[in-house]
Ligand binder design. Structure first.
Ligand SMILES: [Ca+2]
Ligand SMILES: [Ca+2]
Ligand SMILES: [Ca+2]
Length: 140
């Protein structure tokens, strides 16, 4: 992104934070919607989660340690405080066998966010559900 645009985005985020959050949510959905049909399937969501896992697992040992999680959370703190807060609770929530690491399997088992958005529970986040989620995000 060109610099003037970045600065503009920062200015806008101060005066129009909800709209900014809404755009970010829309971006996130666009990235997940790999085949571009306007909906996010369970599989597309899982693919996105798998990518996310690889990014967080910096040393590539197949597990997310508290330290790796902290690093991501502190990087997100200014940009996406709600995501950072979510990450802080992730170890307690996702490490289901309690070994101090979040394995890929444990990470992918977390469908909480998908279920929260897929309100009619058909396994697909359609355009209306996606809009509703963006609105909710903007309102909080
Ligand atoms: Ca690791
Ligand atoms: Ca574990
Ligand atoms: Ca749905």
């Amino acid at each position: 992104m060109a610099k003037p645009l970045t600065i503009l985005a920062l200015c806008l985020s101060v005066s129009a934070a909800p709209a900014f959050a809404q755009n970010r949510a829309a971006d996130a959905f666009d990235r997940m919607d790999a085949n571009g049909d306007g909906s996010v399937s369970r599989q597309e969501y899982l693919n996105q989660r798998a990518n996310q896992f690889s990014r967080i697992d910096r040393n590539g040992d197949g597990g997310i340690s508290a330290r790796e999680l902290d690093r991501v959370a502190s990087r997100m703190a200014s940009r996406a405080p709600s995501t950072a807060r979510d990450l802080n609770g992730a170890m307690a929530r996702l490490d289901t066998n309690g070994d101090g690491f979040i394995s890929r399997r444990e990470f992918l088992a977390d469908m909480r966010m998908f279920r929260a958005v897929d309100t009619d529970d058909d396994g697909i986040i359609g355009p209306a559900e996606r809009q509703a989620a963006a609105d909710r995000l903007a309102a909080r």
